[in-house]
Design a protein around this ligand. Structure first.
Ligand SMILES: NC(=O)c1ccc[n+]([C@@H]2O[C@H](COP(=O)([O-])OP(=O)(O)OC[C@H]3O[C@@H](n4cnc5c(N)ncnc54)[C@H](OP(=O)(O)O)[C@@H]3O)[C@@H](O)[C@H]2O)c1
Length: 284
């Protein structure tokens, strides 16, 4: 399948509409202006049912309203979930288990780039008990954790016919940057002017970068989505299970993917630490 250099999510979804129609996709982080909202808009446009998962019911409804305006037949559910609260996560999980329809894809997109305040409970993994907290290092660690989580998830569910991938969507101006300060812009002087305007053309539009859909559907996840997938294709996707994608391609280039970010031992350690934090063992 050939796409223009910078396809939008919509153009990619159009190409895969047969696979999108009728599927149910749960997307976390669906605030207007961000990647999640754009992906939700595009998937409903092409006939997927979307579960809009966010921590603010007002923001969920705002996105639902925008979608309904464009696609009056759009089907979605609202799911309130604050990923920073174990209680909320467990309540939302119980709600999801009550849903009649199976979920075909989880798109775990929610994130923040850093806390404006130092975390009250610093995990003594790399933050030196909170003393050495650096918000940018913390963001980078959280993204590394996302990659490692997909590695371990793929490993654990290998025999259960589920696939897990992580990806870099590319940079866009979204509400993610809302807390960046003048000091931050100065620190990243190679990328920003001191007043926050980006230097050069490294930012993509949300519509383009939401063509993570492209990595999403270009083959890999289309296996999960398509029962028509041939066995030979299936083998290829299974082989790539747990991979990290940049610019819609699986990469192992250490410039994009540091060895520690895909190290199986690190992935197992992170899984064990996560179980300790949430106080539950997941025997899968
Ligand atoms: N934009 C970029 O340049 C860029 C680059 C690389 C990776 N990413 C990643 O792409 C993902 C989407 O980011 P975005 O740029 O689209 O930013 P965004 O518009 O700010 O989206 C982030 C979403 O996550 C939600 N969220 C944050 N904390 C949450 C919590 N505790 N519980 C539930 N939802 C929560 C936010 O909800 P609220 O509105 O309620 O805060 C928002 O809907 C993030 O994981 C980000 O790290 C972005």
């Amino acid at each position: 399948m050939k796409f223009a250099d910078f396809p939008t999510a919509e153009s990619v979804a159009k190409a895969f509409q047969g696979e999108i129609k009728g599927k149910t996709v749960l997307i976390t982080g669906i605030t207007q202006g961000g990647y999640g909202a754009e992906v939700a808009r595009v998937l409903t446009l092409f006939g997927a049912k979307v579960i809009l998962a966010g921590r603010s019911i007002d923001k969920i409804r705002e996105t639902a309203k925008v979608i309904k305006k464009e696609t009056p037949t759009a089907e979605f559910r609202e799911l309130v979930i604050d990923l920073g609260s174990q209680k909320s996560v467990r309540q939302a999980a119980a709600q999801v288990l009550e849903f009649q329809e199976p979920i075909d894809v989880l798109m775990l997109n929610a994130g923040i780039n850093y806390q404006t305040i130092r975390p009250t409970r610093a995990l003594d993994l790399d933050f030196g008990g909170g003393k050495d907290y650096d918000k940018w290092a913390a963001y980078a660690q959280s993204k590394t954790a996302n990659i490692l989580f997909a590695v371990e998830l793929a490993e654990r569910y290998r025999d259960k016919n589920l696939l897990a991938f992580s990806l870099d969507p590319g940079a866009s101006a979204t509400s993610l940057q809302q807390y960046m300060t003048k000091e931050d812009f100065i620190r990243f002087h190679y990328a920003y002017h001191p007043d926050g305007r980006p230097k050069g053309d490294w930012l993509g539009t949300v519509q383009e970068n939401s063509a993570t859909l492209r990595s999403f559907y270009r083959g890999y996840v289309s296996y999960t989505l398509s029962s028509r997938c041939k066995d030979t294709q299936r083998e290829r996707y299974v082989d790539q299970n747990g991979s990290y994608l940049v610019k819609c391609q699986v990469t192992t280039d250490p410039e994009d993917l540091r060895p520690y970010a895909c190290d199986k031992e690190c992935a197992r350690t992170l899984w064990a630490l996560s179980e300790e934090i949430v106080g539950q063992k997941f025997d899968v």
